[in-house]
Structure formats: C-alpha cells, structure tokens
Design a protein around this ligand. Sequence first.
Ligand SMILES: [Cu+2]
Length: 237
Amino acid sequence: MLSWLPQNVSTFGGSVDSTIRLIYYIVGAWFLATEGLLLYFVLRYRRKQGRRAFYKRAETIRQAAWVLIPAAIVLCLDLSIDASGASTWRKVKETLPSNAVQVEVTAQRFAWLFTYPGPDGKFGTPDDVTILGELHVPAGKPVELIMRSRDVIHSLFIPDFRFRQDVVPGRTIDAWFEATRPGSYELGCSELCGDAHFDMRGTVIVHDAGDYASWLRKTWRSAPAAVQNLSGAAKKG
Ligand SMILES: [Cu+2]
C-alpha cells in the first residue's frame, strides 16, 4: 500500500515509516468513513416534496453522544500518533551515538561541502579534507554530521535514510544516521534557498568498512590538490 516510499537504508528509517504508516491508515480510514457517511446522508435526506429541514439541538446525553464519542475516538487516535512520533523523534533527534564517525557539513548557496578531519582526527587543522557534493560514509556505523550554514537556511535531505535536518546560519547543529547497506544514494536541499537551489544535489556513497578505510587513505594522499579544486568549484556555484 505504501510502495511509493523510497527504499529504507538507515537503522531508524523503519521507525519513521511505521509512524507514516500509522498516520496513513488512521487518516485513510476516517476519510472513507466520513466521506461515505456524507454521501449517504446527501442521498438519504435529499430534498423531497413535503419534507422541511429543521434545526435540532443536542439536548439529551444520547444526542450529544453522536458528537462526543467520535471526538473522543479521534483524540485517542491522535494521542497514539503522538506517542509513536515522540518515540521516533527521541531516537532520531535527541540521542547521538557516542562512537560515531564525524563529518562537518557546510551548506552554502549552492553547494554542500563535506569536511573530514584528516589523519590527525581533528577538525580545523591543515590536513582536513573538504569534498564538494559527495558524502562518503561507512555502512553499519553511526555517522555524526556537524552542520553549519554560511548564508541562509538550507536543509539536508537524504530520502533513502529518512534523514532531514535544517541547517541554520549562526548555529551548529548535530545530527546522525547509520546506513545499513553500501551503495550510492541521492541527497538534496529541501529548503528553497535561492535561484540555483536545485544545484544542491549530491550523492551519499556508503562504503563497506574495509572500502571506507581505503577510500580515506586515498583521499588523504591526494588531498591538497583536491581541496583547492573543490573550493574553487564551490565559489563559482
Ligand atoms: Cu539550499
């Protein structure tokens, strides 16, 4: 029924999907019930010779129950959606795994820059490596993104991971995900940020653990040239 959702390749994607599914079925069932009833009443009580419309107040408990009981059911279903959403929210947004691979994310009009700490493991040192539009991560390991914006609000969106996080100028925002399967996945900006907003499209490349280590080594070796080329390319955009 929900086959239009993209594939799920993250550890928390299943929880996000189950909340989406819950909303979908609850709202869907009420939509069918209320529209069906509306259609029935429209036909059943249509205009007829000799029958006049009249206004009826719900003065007895029995009459008021027609409104109060459905309202109570809607409230209970709302609370169950809230409960499901809150536990997913806590997992995705309020906990940060401690052993995560860290990558700095810089958003600017109109590019994503991904910075790796280099062999010394520290950010802000000369051996940092910055890559334009390509986020490389290992599979099966939590990845922490340390996110900043240079200009306006952007939003990093990776549909296959059920990952989306706004990046707000003046703030550093931490977010995380853990990809379950190696492969190449689309990322984009989901906050309209200017006339070349569509250019903020990129790729997440999920390596298996061994591949990721060798990719890192290769990237560090060729780093200085790569960084210069990439920061030049980013400025042009
Ligand atoms: Cu943007």
